[in-house]
Design a protein around this ligand. Structure first.
Ligand SMILES: Nc1ncnc2c1ncn2[C@@H]1O[C@H](COP(=O)(O)OP(=O)(O)OP(=O)(O)O)[C@@H](O)[C@H]1O
Ligand SMILES: [Mg+2]
Length: 856
């Protein structure tokens, strides 16, 4: 046997690109001869640099090198040899991946995560390409020319990998799973080869676009769905997305859960479901909706989406079918004996050094049989092998399970087995661990350590023990700390135990308190210390499911103060995620409860009035502001009063009562002047300026906006100068000073791009469209209109000046005729931001400075 290098080793994997296609094309004989030439060339090249051949399989090689530099030289030489060879038919192209690690050598082969990683690095590449992992790249130093390809997620690997390419040649994007949010499981996927093949075929067949994996809790539906979807990432160019429904409590939140994953927002004119349909319409997307069983009422949403998007495929998991007409049900069978054994032994090995030997094999097989090949039951039992030897474990299971499954005869056998296994596993816990276990059931979508301690009185030992027994799982939270979560079947059992201990109300109350305090603090930090929205999202962005559950409890329990605190804290989550209906509904419910501190109520009112406002219900929005204002007046809260007055002025102005709007805006301004902070005064002044613009008093609007810019005293390009820049540009168009208007608008466009203010960017493009129209460039104007409308609609905002917009649309359409007009609109909507900005600059320029011939 050859000597394998040990210690730090660089692994080099190769693989022929498109070998199946090549085989079909060349026929067996010519393919085999090409294959053997390729082997000879690579072997010679790699051997010259000290490579040791570890493994050959079909069209791929694994070589090992004691030096990373030597491996790079070998890869270069190998690629060169293949490129220079005169292939009689099609050239053979090979991808190569290099990764350096410390694999374990045994029986002439290597084992360990580094081998997987090296193989995955290779699979991400294209024929002719050589990819390096970060470790290899670090070792070869700077003499070697590499291209930084960024961070990528690789199949089956929890940690993403930074990848580099040797040389500077151009290749298509890497074939990694970055275009997906699929969770990366913490352990290996076992067996299910047939199911994977069958599901793949089903999901790619044209006539099946909704497939539901069904089966009892813990039978492996979710895991199978994820494994199947991972294999399909390359087949769905618009992405493979995973929507976890287990933490979602109410059917009416399903659309929002999907929208959040896809980044779709609600707009006043368009409810979420319509937004989702538009978003998915022409895309080739695979949507995995996991754990649907408790939300079956929302199943028609899935139908609607599949109907509206002809290339969309949905893979659902649910304990029962969704009962939709085109649904294809795929029942997930238990694991066959050998796979069950493999899973059981693997999980046992993770904690104990268990091996399946000739001697204990019969016992292990019997345990798996006793557990009906149910993955979750296998995991729970395996976790107990730490203390109980296999024979003892089997004896206990035989003794306990029949008693535990005794009860309900009307549920299927397998479900009873699982339930009994969970109960048995629970029985073996210490009383204090049992208490913690039950309480942890109140979290939706998991929790961090602090929450577990505060809500459940958790201590580290008990948490550790539950983790070891597979009753609790641990992942890395968004803050880098641990996040604890439960499989759904287990969580349901925990909640049963909580009810049996009569602790539900107390635990739910503490849960609601905890999330009320946390979300309130996150919102306060913005209000009191001016931290960024981003920090707010870092703090509670991942807790929306917990907050929703907490709020539901507070509302049902009539806890007005708690409910208001939660709404106060969660307002921004709903608002920024475009969930106006959900936010609006929740706030109305909380406000309808009697009680709660009046100050809190006023703070809630002044914020949540944005929900009806965005949905076009100005009457309700104004009513909310009025109530808040009355409170702020009574309690002399001047700053809140000033900003509420300014907001109300805007609403009243749109409603058409300009006299009252002026009065309110003036009052806001007077208050701000009395306090004397320039940015505050600017804020109020800009309200007044916008009113003037709305009433077409452009001269006055310009005057006021200039004052705003002076007061802001921000360095050129400060974020807050954006709204006045746009308004000034727009007002100057009306006054006929097109060059001046252009200066402001072009500046505003580049600034909105920098600070990613999509609302303002859309408005700027629409203003620039007007400018282009004034210059007689009707096609460009229409394209800009298309670009602006698309951006603005994505933010859900109403047009800046609806009447003017309508006039412009009609005028352009009349100039160009329906067909050209529509085509230009579409072209504009398809433009990238950069293209649209360039067009805007050119089309708004005066004729003399025009350089682009086809602007017209
Ligand atoms: N083929 C497999 N290989 C490895 N682990 C598996 C496999 N199938 C299931 N498991 C593990 O078994 C446990 C239960 O599986 P899973 O969560 O997929 O069940 P489920 O059917 O979705 O249950 P529920 O109805 O409660 O959602 C999980 O820890 C999962 O990782
Ligand atoms: Mg599941």
């Amino acid at each position: 046997m050859r000597e394998l290098p040990i210690g730090i080793v660089t692994l080099l994997f190769t693989d022929i690109e498109g070998s199946t296609r090549l085989l079909q094309q060349l026929g067996r004989e010519r393919y085999v001869s090409a294959l053997s030439v390729h082997r000879r060339l690579l072997r010679e090249a790699f051997a010259r640099h000290g490579g040791v051949e570890v493994d050959t399989q079909g069209d791929s090689f694994l070589f090992a090198f004691g030096s990373a530099r030597a491996s790079v030289a070998a890869a270069v030489e190998g690629q060169r040899a293949l490129a220079l060879y005169r292939w009689p038919d099609e050239p053979v192209r090979v991808r190569i991946g290099l990764h350096t690690g410390e694999p374990v050598a045994a029986d002439g082969l290597y084992a360990g995560l580094d081998v997987h990683r090296a193989a995955r690095v290779m699979s991400a590449g294209h024929g002719g390409q050589v990819l390096l992992s970060q470790t290899t790249r670090d070792l070869v130093g700077s003499e070697v020319e590499v291209r930084d390809l960024g961070e990528h997620r690789l199949k089956d690997l929890a940690e993403p990998e930074w990848l580099f390419q040797l040389g500077s040649q151009e290749f298509p994007p890497l074939k990694t799973i970055s275009n997906t949010n699929l969770p990366v499981p913490a352990n290996r996927f076992v067996g299910r080869e047939e199911e994977l093949v069958a599901l793949r075929a089903l999901l790619l067949a044209v006539d099946h676009r909704l497939i539901t994996l069904t089966g009892a809790g813990g039978s492996g539906k979710s895991r199978l769905a994820v494994a199947t979807a991972l294999e399909l990432v390359e087949e769905f160019p618009n992405g493979v997305f995973f929507v976890e429904l287990a933490p979602i409590a109410e059917p009416k939140h399903v659309a929002a859960a999907i929208a959040q994953v896809l980044g779709v927002r609600e707009t006043p004119a368009r409810p979420l479901i319509e937004g989702l349909k538009d978003h998915l319409a022409d895309k080739r997307t695979l949507l995995v909706v996991d754990n649907f069983e408790h939300l079956l009422k929302a199943a028609p949403i899935v139908s609607e989406l599949v109907h509206a998007a002809p290339r969309l495929v949905v893979l659902a998991t649910s304990r029962e079918r969704l009962r939709l007409s085109h649904e294809h049900e795929y029942p997930v069978p238990p694991l066959p004996e050998m796979d069950a054994l493999a899973l059981f032994v693997e999980r046992a090995q993770a904690t104990e050094g268990l091996e399946a030997t000739e001697k204990n094999r019969a016992v292990l097989v019997e345990i798996c049989r006793r557990l009906d090949g149910l993955p979750l039951a296998l995991e729970l039992a395996a976790a107990r092998l730490k203390l109980l030897p296999p024979a003892e474990l089997l004896a206990r299971l035989e003794q306990r399970l029949p008693l535990l499954t005794g009860g309900a005869r009307d549920v299927p056998e397998r479900q009873r087995t699982l339930r009994a296994t969970i109960e048995w596993s629970h029985e073996l816990l210490e009383p204090q661990e049992q208490r913690l276990f039950a309480r942890l059931g109140v979290f939706a979508g998991g929790c961090g350590l602090g929450a577990a301690e505060e809500v459940c009185g958790a201590d580290l030992d008990a948490l550790q023990s539950l983790l070891e027994k597979s009753l609790l799982r641990q992942a890395r939270g968004p803050d880098g700390g641990p996040r604890f979560w439960m499989l759904e079947t287990i969580r349901e059992y925990a909640l049963d135990r909580l009810a049996a201990a009569r602790e539900v109300e107390a635990a739910r109350h503490r849960h609601a308190e905890h999330y009320a305090t946390r979300s309130e603090q996150a919102e306060d930090a913005i209000k009191k210390y001016g931290v960024s929205d981003q920090e707010y999202f870092e703090r509670i962005g991942h807790e929306q499911a917990n907050i929703a559950v907490a709020l539901r409890w507070a509302l049902d329990a009539g806890e007005a103060a708690l409910a208001l605190r939660l709404v106060y804290g969660a307002f921004r989550l709903w608002f920024r995620r475009g969930q106006f209906r959900e936010g609006g509904r929740a706030s109305e419910e909380a406000l309808a409860l009697s009680g709660g501190p009046p100050e809190l109520r006023a703070q809630v009112l002044t914020r949540v009035s944005d929900f009806p406002k965005f949905q076009g219900d100005l009457v309700r929005a104004a009513e909310m502001k009025e109530e808040a204002i009355a409170f702020f007046r009574e309690y002399d809260d001047e700053l809140d009063l000033a900003s509420a007055l300014k907001d109300l002025a805007e609403i009243v102005g749109v409603q058409g009562d300009t006299a009252r709007a002026h009065q309110l805006a003036e009052e806001a301004l007077a208050l701000r002047r009395a306090v004397g902070v320039p940015s505050g005064i600017a804020h109020a002044l800009s309200g007044l300026a916008e009113l003037e613009r709305m009433q077409k008093n452009f001269g006055r609007a310009i005057e006021l906006h200039n004052e705003v810019l002076n007061l802001l005293d921000e360095p050129e390009g400060g974020e807050r100068t954006l709204p006045p820049l746009h308004s000034l540009g727009d007002a100057w168009i009306h006054c006929g000073h097109l060059d001046r208007a252009r200066d402001y608008l072009v500046k505003a466009v580049s600034l909105s791009g920098e600070v990613e203010d999509m609302y303002c960017l859309g408005a700027c493009f629409e203003s620039l469209a007007r400018l282009a129209e004034r210059r007689g460039r009707f096609r460009s104007a229409t394209r800009l209109l298309g670009a602006g409308a698309r951006i603005r609609e994505s933010t859900g905002a109403a047009p800046d000046d609806p009447q003017e917009l309508e006039r412009l649309q009609t005028a352009l359409c009349a100039q160009l005729g329906d067909n050209v007009y529509e085509a230009c609109l579409r072209e504009g909507a398809a433009m990238t931001m950069d293209e649209a900005s360039q067009l805007a600059g050119a089309a708004s320029a005066a004729a003399s400075s025009e350089t682009v011939g086809n602007v017209g």
